[in-house]
Design a protein around this ligand. Structure first.
Ligand code: UD1
Ligand code: UDP
Length: 349
């Protein structure tokens, strides 16, 4: 098959890597990069770390409002899909690149495979929630990462084209953890001690776009009394003004490459985040995770006791972080050898 894999944001490159490798022998895959993320650390560095070849098509759309960004992607994707006429389009997750790829393919009657289908936060203040619902209902084949996602797809009447595949990020971390632990120098570069720091990421619009909320979160985390390493997402960086006084226990860095980041996760005491992918990686690496959100799509991680949801407005964030204890055991939520399962299904389509 001639396949377009449409990606654009950091987590999509990480989901693409193992699938692209699996498709290489039997399909003609075009990697289509919308340009949603473009800073070296957010894009090229991740491609290099994961050994993904350069995109075959780069749309260079860049940043903008929701409609501006999605619309520009659509115009360019329509041109490319009309020219190349792929047999199938793969979209990943829930970003504006996902929605643009799905809308254009659906209108050109090209079958869509949605990787990470069936996730819901039931919070429509997230642009991602709108992107996911629309993409699931436009797609021909839905690859669900968890059993909860499968149930949601069933409830929405989409069971006949849904498959429980597991989560593709399992394969990325499996293929790269050993490499990260032997190659990354991040622990010594940041003068850290293994197990003696927290790792923080923040980029959800409702946590970082309102200066009052962001300041509250950073003030609370400043009172943790423990070291926190904080690789700052560009959206968050834009919102940390000069008037922010950041407590000395928080070490700010640029966004990190994938290998450095998973090495930091591996050696951390715990992980504090609002990222979807980082919540999953915390579970896979058996790290206590505190999610600064009122809900999560990854409900199994909370149910199993490894992930604690804390409202961003909470005034007891340091106490809640310190009191959170995880159980001794874990079940497998996210599956194994996921790219191969996906390839088996794709080969039968
Ligand atoms: C996007 C996704 C989100 C995903 C996240 C992963 C949507 C609606 N959101 O959010 O689901 O979790 O990516 O990281 O698609 N910027 C730069 N350099 C870059 C990229 C962005 O400076 O390389 C800045 C720009 O000012 C931009 C802002 O960050 O306006 C936000 O970027 P955008 O891609 O719109 O959304 P994210 O917050 O990154
Ligand atoms: N990540 C990274 N460098 C960083 C922060 C995160 O490589 O500085 C990786 C992380 O390992 C995970 C993914 O980015 O695989 C998560 O992406 P992000 O938090 O940007 O988006 P989300 O998963 O919330 O959509």
């Amino acid at each position: 098959m001639k396949i377009f894999s449409v990606v654009g944001a950091r987590p999509q490159f990480i989901k693409l890597a193992p699938l692209s490798a699996a498709l290489a022998n039997s399909h003609k895959e075009y990697i289509v990069h919308t340009g949603q993320h473009y800073d070296y650390e957010m894009s090229e560095k991740i491609f290099l770390d994961l050994g993904i070849r350069k995109p075959d098509i780069h749309l260079e759309v860049g940043s903008g409002s929701q409609a501006f960004q999605t619309g520009n992607m659509m115009v360019k994707l329509e041109q490319e899909m009309s020219k190349q006429v792929p047999d199938s389009v793969i979209v990943f997750g829930d970003t504006n690149s996902t929605l643009a790829g799905a809308l254009v393919a659906a209108k050109l009657n090209i079958p869509i495979i949605h990787i990470e289908a069936g996730l819901r936060s039931y919070n429509k203040h997230m642009p991602e929630e709108i992107n996911r619902i629309a993409t699931d209902h436009l797609s021909k084949h839905l690859f669900a990462p968890t059993l909860t996602a499968m149930e949601i797809l069933q409830r929405e009447g989409l069971e006949s084209n849904s498959y429980f595949t597991g989560d593709i990020m399992v394969d990325t971390i499996k293929a790269n953890l050993e490499i990260a632990l032997s190659k990354s120098k991040i622990i010594s570069e940041l003068k850290l001690k293994e197990g003696e720091y927290n790792l923080l990421t923040l980029h959800r619009n409702y946590n970082v776009d309102d200066p009052k909320v962001l300041r509250h979160l950073l003030n609370q985390l400043g009172k943790l009394g423990e070291l926190i390493v904080f690789p700052v997402h560009p959206r968050t960086k834009n919102n940390i003004g000069n008037d922010y006084s950041i407590s000395g226990n928080i070490i700010l860095t640029s966004p990190l490459g994938y290998l450095d980041f998973i090495a930091l996760e591996y050696f951390s005491k715990r992980i504090i985040t609002d990222s979807g992918g980082v919540q999953k990686e915390a579970y896979i690496l058996k790290k206590p995770c505190i999610t600064l959100r009122s809900e999560t799509e990854w409900v199994e991680t909370v149910r199993e006791g490894w992930n604690l949801l804390v409202e961003p407005s909470d005034n007891q964030i340091p106490q809640k972080i310190q009191n959170f204890k995880v159980p001794g055991k874990q079940i497998n939520i996210f599956g194994v050898n996921v790219a191969n399962s996906m390839l088996d299904i794709i080969n039968r389509l």
